[in-house]
Design a protein around this ligand. Structure first.
Ligand SMILES: Nc1ncnc2c1ncn2[C@@H]1O[C@H](COP(=O)(O)OP(=O)(O)OP(=O)(O)O)[C@@H](O)[C@H]1O
Length: 232
């Protein structure tokens, strides 16, 4: 087995928001390392700070204290522009509401992250075709998103998130808008693709059924990350 390769490293990360005269500490001295190939589920009540944590990892938000490293780079020492580039090149995102671009076809949506990172050649088109096949939508390449079911749209979103082969995938409630059976199918794909490509995946969910699939289960509680279980 190869040595663990850290993709996300949080060291003593705190995040507070001002609430009138008071200060609300959402994260309190959090430490976390997520490695390549790990599929991690993040649980926590509404308002516990799950989105805040994702925003800190993707550099959309800054910690009040502590350091966040992604793919070896310290986000606190980077310009806003450099963080934007890192996000574009090194991170794939999946959202609850699919967030596909409605004026682009399925194929163009998946190609977008490759175009944004300057990869427009034949190899990119081959990659999109391959991913379309993997997510079972090879015959829908020319369709527009509004012609697809919710589950199909989320399968496109999975393909788009991984098109540029990012080392890190962040997903916020990826099955929140899907029925159980459709959600399970999307998760099967997510798990299969992230394992195959050794992607580090951090998935926020309220769905306890997801826990059985994860290598690691983390719960945010009172500003602290609690490791719940490790799959053997
Ligand atoms: N920009 C902000 N300014 C002030 N408070 C904020 C801000 N963003 C988040 N918060 C507060 O931080 C806490 C955590 O919010 P966050 O959205 O991270 O929770 P969550 O676990 O993702 O919740 P949910 O499951 O409902 O999406 C909440 O109390 C929220 O009100």
């Amino acid at each position: 087995m190869s040595a663990p390769s850290p993709v996300v490293e949080l060291h003593d990360v705190s995040k507070s928001y001002a609430e009138g005269d008071a200060v609300r500490e959402v994260l309190a001295g959090t430490n976390l390392t997520l490695n390549a190939g790990e599929f991690t589920v993040l649980l926590g009540r509404s308002g516990s700070g799950k989105s805040t944590l994702l925003n800190l990892i993707s550099g959309i938000d800054q910690p009040t204290r502590g350091t966040v490293r992604v793919a070896g780079q310290d986000l606190g020492h980077m310009s806003e522009h450099a963080r934007t580039l890192l996000r574009r090149e090194r991170i794939g995102f999946i959202f609850q509401a699919f967030n596909l671009l409605p004026t682009l076809t399925v194929e163009e949506n998946i190609l977008l992250p490759l175009e944004l990172t300057g990869r427009t050649g034949a190899a990119s088109r081959d990659r999109v075709r391959e991913l379309l096949g993997t997510v079972g939508l090879g015959n829908r390449a020319a369709s527009f998103p509004d012609r697809l079911s919710g589950g199909e749209q989320q399968r496109v979103a999975v393909a788009r998130a991984l098109a540029h082969a990012p080392p890190l995938l962040l997903a916020d409630e990826p099955t929140g808008n899907l029925d159980e059976q459709t959600g399970r199918k999307v998760l099967d794909l997510l798990e299969d693709l992230t394992r195959r490509e050794r992607v580090c995946a951090l998935i926020v969910t309220h769905d306890p059924g997801l826990m059985a699939r994860a290598h690691r289960v983390l719960r945010l509680e009172a500003g602290r990350l609690i490791e719940q279980a490790v799959r053997p």
